[in-house]
Design a protein around this ligand. Structure first.
Ligand SMILES: Cc1ncc(COP(=O)(O)O)c(C=O)c1O
Length: 389
């Protein structure tokens, strides 16, 4: 079996990478170790780069059809990775998961309608609907013994007839939870009872860690299958976010007909030349790379946990069940959010995501991206430790 190298340090500065090249605009200085935007610093795997090289070597970047293997490769991946048997006709290409959320919000709700989210959560879940004139209803996650659960009792109390949609983050960014079947089943029942369509963002689905399993929302019950749109992508899994290739899965024929017609009418279902071929390459050839990458990420997470316990006990890592983002509980430092952010930027010289940007429940936290060589993680922790002395 080929062994991949996750220790290689690639300098991304000047490549146009958002993570490295917008530091002055976003953080006010450029001398920061960037551990924020959720892409990884590992080389994108060779089988994906090879697929791109092959197209470039041909020499013409003309209008290109969807590869024949596109739908079958996704269906096979979902079956192998998540034991989800889908019909290829349930699938449609989308130009990005956040754009998929925006399209669902625009198509299935009206300005003024209410959309439920469960903060702290990936900030576009709030910003996209709000900018489209929808009203956000918060059903905050409950913190229990250093981990998080959904507050389904509270959910029942905030629902009214104007709530039309719930955007689910499964697994949940930033707290890294892979939701359990019973939780998703109860959520599905509540949403069906109240005519609330579930948009399940499962972009982190392939990244389960430490023996946890991702459960696709649509698989937990008939109601979940009938009342959901699932959004997925190979982008986080294979570090190819710049390619912008994702897809939706809609088992319900009526919902599907309606939404796919909209995507076709607007030509948003048309993929660009690299999207299809890289997706097929990822799903056909990527299992071994993914396994090795996740094992490396697990080592990084344990490294952070041990380092903090030994040297910075006032900062606690919420150990993720999925993905390469660690939710750092910094509340014991006793700082205001402004001072906490300043500590990371101006003293530790680290660019992390400010926990408060994920909404209620995010104050006192920072999100750290450890999808990078361990030498970088070690450097970042040293800088944080020195800043806290
Ligand atoms: C939960 C979640 N959804 C969507 C995205 C972004 O997806 P895309 O780049 O396809 O819009 C991210 C990226 O961090 C994410 O964490």
């Amino acid at each position: 079996m080929k062994l991949y190298n996750f220790e290689e340090i690639i300098d991304r500065r000047g490549s146009g990478s958002i993570k490295t090249d917008v530091l002055p605009e976003r953080f006010g200085r450029s001398d920061l170790l960037p551990m924020w935007v959720a892409d990884m610093d590992f080389r994108t795997p060779d089988f994906i780069l090879d697929a791109i090289h092959e197209v470039c070597d041909h020499g013409i970047l003309g209008y290109t059809k969807c590869p024949d293997a596109y739908y079958a490769s996704i269906a096979q991946w979902l079956q192998q990775q998540h034991r989800w048997e889908i019909q290829p006709e349930w699938l449609q290409f989308l130009p990005g998961v956040v754009k998929g959320i925006a399209l669902c919000v625009s198509h299935f709700t009206q300005p003024g309608d209410k959309i439920i989210i469960q903060p702290p959560v990936y900030y576009p879940f709030r910003s996209v609907p709000e900018q489209l004139g929808r009203t956000i209803v918060n059903n905050p996650l409950q913190e229990v013994d250093g981990t998080y659960c959904m507050d389904l009792q509270h959910l029942r109390t905030v629902i009214d007839s104007n709530c039309k949609m719930l955007i689910l983050c499964n697994p949940h960014n930033p707290v890294g939870i892979t939701w359990e079947k019973e939780t998703l089943q109860e959520l599905a029942e509540i949403c069906v009872e109240n005519n609330i369509l579930v948009i399940s963002d499962e972009i982190h689905a392939d990244l389960s860690l430490f023996g946890h399993k991702h459960i696709p929302f649509a698989t937990v019950s008939d109601s979940a299958q009938a009342n959901s749109i699932t959004l997925m992508a190979p982008s986080k899994t294979f570090n190819m976010a710049g390619i912008v290739s994702s897809f939706c899965i809609i088992p319900n024929p009526a919902l599907r007909k309606d939404f796919f017609h909209y995507l076709k009418a607007t030509e948003l279902d048309q993929m660009h030349i690299f999207a299809g071929i890289t997706t097929v390459a990822a799903y056909r050839q990527g299992a071994a790379w993914l396994q090795q990458m996740l094992a490396y990420v697990e080592q990084n997470i344990l490294f952070v946990q041990t380092y903090l316990q030994q040297h910075l006990p006032l900062v606690k890592a919420v150990i993720p069940q999925a993905s390469f983002l660690i939710w750092l509980d910094c509340r014991k430092l006793g700082l205001s959010q402004k001072d906490l952010v300043a500590l990371f930027i101006d003293k530790a010289r680290l660019a992390l995501n400010d926990g408060s940007t994920f909404g209620p429940g995010g104050e006192g936290f920072m999100r750290m991206n450890i999808g990078c060589p361990q030498a970088i993680v070690a450097k970042a922790l040293e800088q944080l430790r020195n800043a806290c002395i």
